[in-house]
Ligand binder design. Structure first.
Ligand code: 1GP
Length: 242
């Protein structure tokens, strides 16, 4: 049997993932992106977005699947981002927020379709952390992020997620964050839970990627870099993998 995506995530080795927002891409740019992803030895691709203005979702997944051999995982912005062409879905429950719609509501609507798709489901506690500006996620979900310097709140939230049976934690500073998740907070969360911890938002230098790797992140996610400074992706990949 092929390895599950979860088993790739659940190892001491840090993975590098890129987040592709289908709305920002054309067919041509997706092909180019697939080349970068392969040449920079990216381990996994996340696909999803907050809006999806155009019907690019299915096409983006199929282009990335055809042109790379790495897992393509759905990072859903809402309950209609489901495709059987992907390998897995991070089923995100926004455990840092108190908006029932993003804790369980959208999941109830999507569950039958997810089951039908046969996708591998990775139940994930999504924790929004203040990244120094109002993030799209915070606005769209109408939730308040965990303050940047409150590691104890992040720890208790991650613990509760693990106790509820979630299988991974995603610490999100928000796309384009001024400050990525702090090393102190990541270390504290890693110490408190034994499930994999994913970190994303505002990571734009190899130094940041290296520090987060050393602090124990199981996966580092970059989005903007791939779109705006793809030349940095190779350095970030080296920082994560070496
Ligand atoms: C994925 O939101 C991130 O978790 C992507 O953030 O675009 O800032 O890399 P950036």
């Amino acid at each position: 049997m092929a390895k599950t995506v979860f088993s790739l995530l659940d190892t001491p080795k840090t993975l590098l993932s890129v987040l592709v927002d289908p709305d920002n891409q054309t067919e041509k740019s997706l092909h180019k992106m697939a080349e970068e992803i392969v040449s920079c030895k990216v381990d996994l691709v996340l696909v999803g977005g907050s809006l999806l203005l155009e019907d690019h979702f299915e096409k983006a997944i199929s282009i990335l699947k055809k042109n790379t051999s790495i897992p393509v995982v759905i990072f859903p912005g809402n309950n209609y981002q489901i495709s059987r062409a992907a390998d897995a879905i991070l089923l995100l429950s926004l455990i840092s927020g108190r908006n029932p719609e993003y804790l369980i509501g959208q999941h109830v609507v999507a569950a039958p379709q997810i089951r039908e798709s046969g996708l591998e489901v990775i139940p994930t506690g999504y924790m929004l952390i203040d990244g120094g500006r109002i993030s799209t996620t915070s606005y769209m979900t109408q939730t308040v992020p965990i303050p940047h310097d409150k590691a104890d709140i992040a720890v208790a939230t991650a613990m509760a997620g693990e106790m509820l049976g979630l299988r991974s934690i995603y610490m999100e500073a928000g796309s384009g964050a001024r400050n990525s998740v702090s090393i102190e907070m990541l270390k504290a969360v890693k110490k408190a839970v034994s499930i994999p911890v994913i970190v994303g938002g505002g990571i734009r230098t190899p130094e940041q990627a290296e520090e987060l790797t050393q602090a124990g992140a199981n996966m580092i996610v970059v989005g903007n870099i791939l779109e705006k400074q793809p030349e940095l992706l190779m350095e970030i990949s080296l920082a994560v993998h070496s």
